[in-house]
Structures are given as structure tokens and as C-alpha cells.
Write a protein that binds this ligand. Structure first.
Ligand code: NAD
Length: 474
């Protein structure tokens, strides 16, 4: 049994038994057995059930958000938004369910050729601890909409709301066995992704885990999509709207206590606005309230685990020696929170280009600031990372903004905004941030694969080459 701990005060909330390899196997088999009948249902029918899931979630926003806040330590306004977004994902993919269509391809008069998008079969979803309920929805909803089964493994630190989602799915009429939520850690995850009967792996988490999963997927040639971490830059040019930019910089790295894959953890400032922006960011950071995430006045709760807190504290100690500590918030002095995993939001500058804080993902509330002279240097600094998840650029010059957006190495670029995401818009990374895209039309590409069907319209023997683009091969 594994303790599920609240990071607010280190209290054990409950104990959950990790799924054994035999239970993983049983879940995959059950999913395999249930999937064909699900895929044969009409899209409208699948969509109706996904809407029913959304209804059940929307009727329980408060319950789910409170459980999520207790388990993750994230402030209530954030977890409420995430729960609503999860319901939104079920509605969005419910809308997709009866919109799937293939294409007819006019290869020549002798053939009627068309594609039929078909589900992969059993999808294995593995998710991290930072956004448990929403990520569970983000994997399960498209899997089901497009006719797949899904076995989902939440992080062992934060399984509670994903397990609850499993109950809500059953209540909404999702057939028995079609979806299983399996608690557990690395071993459960490894058993799941290496299972030969899994047809698609969708993973969100750390790049080292992503590499391990890609290696294990290769053994079975299982397709895999990897949503990994980042070290995303926010670049501010002198003509930017600094009020909005400073807000977005602060929220972009300190919200969720920095535990966001898209955290804008590197601030890259033009030298002419460096002192002014740094002062404004510093002032905001010193005023951030770290504390009980159930308190409406709190800006940031604790980090999710003691290990994550220790990792962030180590980054802060190392960067204090390597650079200049510009600003730091204070820790809560509330006796009730004494054992919680709190860290102070902190800003550093004057770091060498190869400083660990500029290179590695902290996944905590720590911002590294650097300066540039011209556009070329801004781009060089923005791209000076192995990651490529997201980037923000702030400028009133539209040509400069689009030039930058075209050259920065990132899966998502925000111009004069940051951290906005939608089910409709493709999301994913490049480099160490992973490969594959989720959301929107890309979700249909990920969760479906086309079957090509050729029909002869003549009675003669196929002739092969030279028929209007169609030819024998293979
Ligand atoms: P993690 O990689 O340690 O764990 C993620 C999940 O993988 C957990 O469920 C874990 O139990 C499981 N796992 C661990 N080893 C496994 C293995 N060998 N085989 C199969 N499953 C295994 O990540 P984390 O620490 O929980 O989350 C933080 C990381 O997630 C950060 O790097 C963050 O940037 C990333 N992240 C990325 C996105 C994105 O969309 N790109 C979103 C959120 C978080």
C-alpha cells in the first residue's frame, strides 16, 4: 500500500494499493474485450455518454476541486478551473465522436479508393502528478470518442481524482472494462506501457521517463506520443505592454507553485527595460502569498511532494551561489502548515549561460532572468535549450513578433499572452519536450489511424503502373 499524502500539512489522506502486473494484464485484457463493441456503437451514442460524463463532473466541481486541492496543494481557484476544463474536454470530444470521416481519393477511373479512420484499440495513458484530473480527462475523453478503450495510470502521489473519474465514467454508462484507472507508480506504469496488447501509448511526464517509455514501446513497436517538460522563455522587447507582460511573467512561472510543463521559467529582457521590469517582477514576487491553498487569499500552495520541495530548495541554494538572488517571497508562518512542502518563489539573475537553473527544469517557483541587446541575441537565448515546449514573446511590432514565432524552437508560441490553452489547439513539444501532438484535429490523428480501401471498378486483372497515379508496388 502507498500513502497518499497532502502536501498542505504532510497528513496521510488515505492509502492506495498499487496495481500489480497481473492487475495491469487483467485491465488490458478487459479493455481489449470491451473495445470492439464500443467502436461499433454510433459516434452519436459515444458522444451522448461523454456528455453524460461531463454532466456528472459539472455537478461535482466543488467536491472534485477540493479533493484535488487537498491532494496536490494547488489553490482552489486553479483546481476548480481544471475540473471545469476536464468537463469541457469531455464535451469537446463528445462533439468529435460523430464527426469522424475518411476521404475518397481519386486515384483513377479503375478504382474507388477511400480511407476509414479506425481506433487503435487499447490506449495506455500515463500522467504526472501536477494536473491529475484534467490530464486523466484529456487522455480518456479522446480515446473514448474515437472508439478506443483506455487504461489510465495516474501518478502514485495524486491518484484520488482520477480514481473518482473512473467511478463517474461507470455512472455515466461507459461499459464495464472499457476504461480502467490503475493506481501505482513506476512499476505499474512500466508493466502497462510494455504490455504487448497495448496499441497506443499517450504519456505526459518527465523526459527521462519519456525516454524509458519510448525504449519499452520500441520493443513492441507500439506507437507513442510524449508530452514532456520544458524550460520555456518569455522574451520582452522594449515596445511591449509591460503591465500585461509583467502579470504574465509572474503568473506564467509561479502559478501552480511552478509545477507547470509550460512554466515560463526563463525571462529574457531587452537591456533597455531590464532594470525596470526586474524591479516590477521583484516587487510582485515579494508580495506573493504562499500558504494554505484553501485560503482565498493564497497565491501559491505547497509543492506536491517533499522530494519536489527538496529539489527546488537545492536549485535555490545552488543558484544563490552561482548568480544573484533578486527577490524571494516569504514562507507561511502558520503553525498548521509547519510540515507542508512549501518553498518561496524566487528570482535569480547574473547566471552563466551554462548554469543549471538556465538549463534544467525545476518544476518549482524559480525564475531565471537574462538580458539581450538585439533580436538575434534574443532568439539565440530563447533557443539556447534542449527543450522546446513553449515560448512567449512580447512586442508591439507585429513583424518582429511573427519573425520570432517562426524561428523560436517550440511547439507553442504565445505572442503578447502566455499560458492560454484550448482543447481546440494542437499541443506538444520538440526536442527534449517530446513528440506527438494532442488536441483538436491532431487528437483525431493521434487516436485514429486510417485504413485504406481499394475497390476495383473493372473486371480486368490489375495492371499496376501507369493508371492515373495508381500502381502496383509492395
Ligand atoms: P514522471 O515522469 O516522474 O511521472 C509521470 C508518470 O509516469 C507517473 O504516473 C509515473 O508513475 C509514471 N512512470 C514513471 N516511470 C515510469 C516507467 N518507467 N514506465 C511507465 N510509467 C512510468 O513525471 P512527474 O514527476 O510526475 O511530472 C513532472 C514532469 O511532467 C515534468 O517534467 C513536467 O514538465 C512534465 N509534464 C509535461 C506536460 C506536458 O503536457 N508536456 C504536462 C505536465 C507535466
Amino acid at each position: 500500500m502507498a500513502d497518499v499524502v497532502s502536501p498542505i500539512d504532510a497528513r496521510v489522506l488515505t492509502r492506495v494499493a498499487p496495481a500489480s502486473p497481473a492487475e495491469v494484464d487483467a485491465a488490458v485484457r478487459a479493455a481489449r474485450a470491451a473495445q470492439p463493441a464500443w467502436a461499433r456503437r454510433t459516434g452519436s451514442d459515444r458522444g451522448r455518454i461523454l456528455h453524460a460524463v461531463a454532466d456528472l463532473i459539472e455537478a461535482r466541481v466543488e467536491e472534485l476541486a477540493e479533493t484535488e486541492t487537498r491532494n496536490t496543494g494547488k489553490i482552489l481557484s486553479d483546481t476548480r478551473r481544471e475540473v471545469r476544463r476536464a468537463a469541457g474536454s469531455f464535451r469537446y470530444y463528445a462533439g468529435w465522436a460523430d464527426q469522424v470521416r475518411g476521404e475518397t481519393i481519386p486515384v483513377g477511373p479503375e478504382y474507388h479508393t477511400y480511407t476509414v479512420p479506425e481506433p487503435h484499440g487499447v490506449v495506455a495513458g500515463v500522467i504526472p502528478w501536477n494536473v491529475p484530473f484534467f490530464f486523466a480527462a484529456k487522455k480518456i475523453a479522446p480515446a473514448l470518442a474515437f472508439g478506443n478503450a483506455c487504461v489510465l495510470k495516474p501518478a502514485e502521489e495524486t491518484p484520488l481524482t482520477a480514481l473518482r473519474l473512473g467511478e463517474l465514467l461507470a455512472e455515466a454508462g461507459v461499459p464495464d472494462g472499457l476504461v480502467r484507472v490503475l493506481p501505482g507508480g513506476r512499476e505499474t506504469g512500466a508493466a502497462l506501457v510494455s504490455h504487448p496488447d497495448v496499441d497506443l501509448i499517450v504519456f505526459t511526464g518527465h523526459h527521462d521517463t519519456g525516454k524509458a517509455i519510448a525504449r519499452s514501446a520500441a520493443a513492441n513497436l507500439t506507437p507513442v506520443a510524449l508530452e514532456l517538460g520544458g524550460k520555456s522563455p518569455q522574451v520582452l522587447f522594449p515596445d511591449a505592454d509591460l503591465d500585461r507582460a509583467v502579470d504574465a511573467v509572474v503568473l506564467g512561472v509561479f502559478a501552480s507553485c511552478g509545477q507547470m510543463c509550460i512554466a515560463g521559467s526563463r525571462l529574457v529582457l531587452h537591456e533597455s527595460i531590464y532594470d525596470e521590469v526586474l524591479d516590477r517582477v521583484a516587487e510582485r514576487v515579494r508580495s506573493l502569498r504562499v500558504g494554505d491553498p484553501f485560503d482565498e487569499q493564497t497565491d501559491l500552495g505547497p509543492q506536491i511532494t517533499a522530494a519536489q520541495r527538496d529539489k527546488t530548495v537545492e536549485f535555490i541554494a545552488e543558484s544563490t551561489a552561482a548568480g544573484r538572488l533578486v527577490a524571494q517571497a516569504t514562507l507561511p508562518d502558520d503553525e498548521r502548515l509547519r510540515n507542508g512542502f512549501y518553498v518561496p518563489p524566487t528570482v535569480f539573475d547574473r547566471l552563466d549561460d551554462d548554469a543549471r537553473l538556465l538549463r534544467e527544469e525545476v518544476f518549482g517557483p524559480v525564475l531565471a532572468v537574462s538580458s539581450f541587446r538585439d533580436d538575434a541575441e534574443a532568439l539565440r537565448l530563447a533557443n539556447d535549450t534542449e527543450f522546446g515546449l513553449a515560448a512567449g514573446v512580447w512586442t508591439a511590432d507585429i513583424a518582429r513578433a511573427h519573425r520570432f514565432a517562426g524561428q523560436v524552437r517550440a511547439g507553442t508560441v504565445w505572442i503578447n499572452t502566455y499560458r492560454v490553452l484550448s482543447d481546440l489547439v494542437p499541443f506538444g513539444g520538440v526536442g527534449l519536450s517530446g513528440y506527438g501532438r494532442e488536441n483538436g484535429t491532431e487528437a483525431a490523428r493521434l487516436y485514429l489511424r486510417p485504413r485504406s480501401v481499394w475497390t476495383s471498378l473493372t473486371s480486368g486483372t490489375p495492371q499496376g503502373y501507369g493508371m492515373g497515379g495508381a500502381g502496383a508496388a509492395g
